[in-house]
Design a protein around this ligand. Structure first.
Ligand code: SF4
Length: 110
């Protein structure tokens, strides 16, 4: 699995994505059923509210080899401060439309 990870720009200054990398490394939680090797192609933020840049950034990671776009839990679950992104569903839908059905999407990490 080649992962392109998108994270919340608001969370960037408080979280170094340690747990996101750890769950990929140990194949836990969102990655518990993955049997193949997990390679991180890139990490980028949504670009700031309302997250429109996530769409082209995800597409760029696909261009660079990602076969799976992962929305970090800061977006969909509000980790670590319990404040989920109000644009998460719209962002996910727009990314899905842009990258197409051949690209897998995972909407949380932990
Ligand atoms: S759009 Fe959502 S994910 Fe992006 S910075 Fe704003 S709250 Fe965070």
């Amino acid at each position: 699995m080649k992962v392109g990870l998108i994270r919340c720009m608001q969370t960037e200054d408080m979280c170094p994505a340690t747990t996101c990398f750890k769950v990929m490394d140990t194949k836990k939680l969102a990655f518990r059923d993955v049997e193949e090797e997990i390679e991180v192609i890139g990490v980028n933020t949504c670009g700031g509210c309302p997250g429109k840049k996530a769409v082209t950034r995800a597409a760029e990671m696909v261009k660079r080899g990602a076969d799976t776009i992962v929305l970090a839990s800061c977006i969909t679950r509000g980790n670590p401060i319990g404040f989920a992104c109000p644009h998460a569903e719209q962002m996910k839908a727009a990314i899905e439309r842009k990258v197409g059905e051949s690209i897998k999407m995972i909407d949380y990490t932990h």
